[in-house]
Design a protein around this ligand. Structure first.
Ligand code: MG
Length: 647
């Protein structure tokens, strides 16, 4: 049935403000008692609309005082996470890794000893499950760490079974689709060798032949040698023995992490340094030297560059042609690792950097992701998982239309466009097109996957903080949280957002990954962040302890709206319908589910707004923030205020 709205815009805000009741404290769902509180428990197992809390394990909570946040710290704070209505936790990568953030993984089958043990994780999974909270692991499929045993073996030996786990080349080009990624020479430990070898330098042919040897090692020639080898530490150079015309040889035990060079003088600068062209030696095969580029001669075999999309510590993994990715050895090893965690009770995976798995080739990435998802979902179901496995991708692209095709590969993807729109509109004081924009996003996702799970968010660990983007205006921060928790989709709250943490990446990523300040006077786990924390921000007043006691805190707003979302199924699971707003600053929409409908109103503006909305009831307010009232039939909202009404 078509609805008709009669909108009465009232001109005199001052009159209304005096006529309306005073500001309503944000003290929780204070409207009618929800008809069925048990919905939340049932809903927490469904993955469509439950709240997920994103946390950095290394900086969330430290249980043992070593300065690193840890898994036990999370377990100790499950009540806090429950109070935010969390139905799931997204943990930053927990595996052994090269960096504090965990995104260069050394071993996908382990828990980093800095963060805890497998027993700690099992305990967290079990205790979280008692609160109907699932655990999502961050899984990095685009690349491993360069200290991963796969990469070390692959880089050291071209015949290694791990060689095809990565992308190596003698002729580094290609794969740079989209401007991301670099071919790095194999250097450092990956270029080196430890063991007994025989060197034969032929300066007639300008070659060096290196052979693994079991002969007795020789002392260096100190009798006026004509040829030297340089390897190992910078000052380590040894003379070779002359064994023929322009032939020099020696057998040595070497330990070098960068390879070696040949020199026909001890003076580096006189053009007698002989090296490679980026190509490493193969044992027993003469290696052509030159004295023009004379790069280090590595033990990297027949390929001397590897590809990395992000950083040289993050070599890209290689799954072969996308159509057959699931039979590649790298895929099988990664999937076996994922199986272990799924069997342990992990309820979902967050996939890092999915657009770079096939270098920004959307069709190939989607083809790959389908196979990855199916494999994990099969494991999930085989181990008694209810419904389908949850998996969310970080398909970070400029435009929503570019990201939407990733819904063919995954059930859920982060909606970066949601926040970009929201911060723009809040900062402009314009709310009347927000619902329409959210619906537009949904329409894009729907084209590719009718069962899409829209992972809405403000910011994450890779972005400037929401509070930073909103000019550290607390009223705007509260509004952003209220909008997030009253929007359709699956909202993610990022560690510290609920406390109004600010920070930007200008001083380093650490400043958007700040530790939680639990108590007014307590210390924070900052060791992982190498002390890069904003101590001025982490004041007593921003602490959880202070905000729990302050009825007007940002934390209270997040809790109130989270609890309302979990109590009213229309708010969480409802279908959004735009309501035409008579005030350009005000966002209006309804959410409907199984016969329940709520009217959602947010004032994005710095001034108050008041109008009547015929066709909708405003006398039963479920939750509010700021000055909000509808009891007289007039909907009035103070600056940046929010309210939800039961229809
Ligand atoms: Mg610790």
């Amino acid at each position: 049935m078509k609805r008709f709205y009669h909108i009465l815009a009232l001109a005199c805000a001052a009159l209304l403000l005096t006529a309306c009741p005073g500001p309503i404290e944000p003290d929780g769902p204070d409207g009618p008692v929800p008809p069925d509180e048990s919905w939340r428990n049932a809903a927490s197992k469904e993955k469509l609309s439950g709240i997920t809390y994103q946390l950095n394990v290394y900086s969330f909570a430290d249980s043992d005082g070593d300065g690193w946040g840890d898994i036990k710290g999370i377990t100790q704070h499950l009540d806090y996470l429950d109070s935010l209505g969390a139905t799931a936790l997204w943990l930053s990568p927990i595996h052994e890794a090269m960096s504090y953030h965990g995104y260069n993984v050394n071993d996908y089958t382990t828990v980093s000893s800095k963060l805890g043990t497998e027993a700690d994780l099992k305990d967290l999974i079990a205790k979280a499950k008692n609160k109907n909270i699932g655990i999502y692991l961050d899984f990095v499929l685009n690349h491993s760490g360069s200290d991963n045993k796969w990469f070390k073996a692959a880089a050291a030996d071209p015949s290694s079974p791990y060689r095809n786990y990565y992308l190596f080349s003698d002729t580094p080009s290609g794969y740079n689709n989209g401007g991301m990624g670099t071919w790095y020479p194999i250097t450092g430990a990956d270029a080196g060798y430890k063991g007994r070898v025989h060197f034969k330098v032929d300066m007639n042919a300008k070659t060096v032949t290196v052979t693994q040897s079991t002969a007795a090692p020789q002392s260096p020639n100190t009798q006026n040698p004509k040829c030297w080898l340089w390897y190992g530490s910078v000052s380590q150079h040894v003379g070779l023995y002359t064994t023929g015309t322009n032939l020099y040889e020696i057998t040595l035990d070497i330990d070098t992490d960068w390879g070696f060079l040949v020199c026909t003088s001890t003076n580096w600068a006189d053009g007698t340094k002989w090296g490679g062209t980026g190509k490493g030696v193969t044992f027993g095969v003469p290696f052509q030297m030159n004295n023009t580029t004379a790069a280090n001669i590595t033990f990297g075999g027949d390929a001397s560059y590897y590809f990395a999309s992000f950083d040289k510590s993050m070599p890209d993994l290689n799954y072969g042609p996308a159509a057959t990715a699931s039979v590649s050895p790298a895929f099988k090893d990664l999937a076996d690792a994922a199986d272990k965690w799924i069997k342990m009770g992990v309820a979902g995976l967050r996939l890092d950097a999915v657009i770079w798995i096939y270098q920004n080739n959307t069709a190939d990435n989607v083809t790959f992701l389908k196979q990855w998802y199916d494999r994990c979902n099969t494991t999930w179901k085989a181990n008694g998982g209810q419904g389908d496995f949850y998996m969310v991708g970080e398909a970070w692209m400029d435009k929503v239309e570019q990201m939407a095709p990733y819904y063919e590969g995954l059930p859920s993807n982060f909606n970066f466009y949601y926040w970009w729109t929201l911060k723009d509109r809040i900062n402009k004081g314009k709310g009347d097109d927000f619902a329409k924009t959210v619906i537009y996003f949904q329409d894009q996702f729907k084209k590719y996957n009718p069962g899409y799970i829209d992972a809405i968010k403000l910011t994450n660990h890779d972005e400037d903080r929401a509070a930073h983007d909103l000019g550290r205006d607390v009223a705007k921060e509260k509004l952003a949280g209220a909008v997030l928790l009253t929007s359709p989709g699956k909202p993610y709250i990022y560690q510290g957002e609920e406390l109004g943490y600010w920070g930007n990446k200008g001083g380093g990523d650490e400043f958007v990954r700040s530790p939680i300040k639990w108590t007014r006077s307590g210390s924070v786990p900052s060791t992982a962040l190498n002390g890069k924390v904003d101590n001025a921000m982490l004041s007593e007043s921003i602490s959880v302890e202070a905000q729990e006691q302050d009825k007007a805190s940002i934390l209270r707003v997040y809790r109130n709206f989270a609890q309302a979302r979990n109590a009213w199924k229309a708010l969480a699971k409802g279908q959004i319908t735009e309501v035409k707003s008579p005030n350009s600053a005000v966002a209006l929409w309804t959410m409907s589910y199984e016969g329940q409908t709520v009217l959602v109103a947010h004032n994005f503006g710095s001034g108050s707004a008041a109008f009547a909305v015929t066709g909708y009831k405003t006398d039963k307010m479920i939750v509010s923030n700021g000055m909000a009232d509808g009891s007289s039939g007039i909907l009035s909202l103070g600056a940046y205020a929010s309210a939800v009404f039961l229809q």
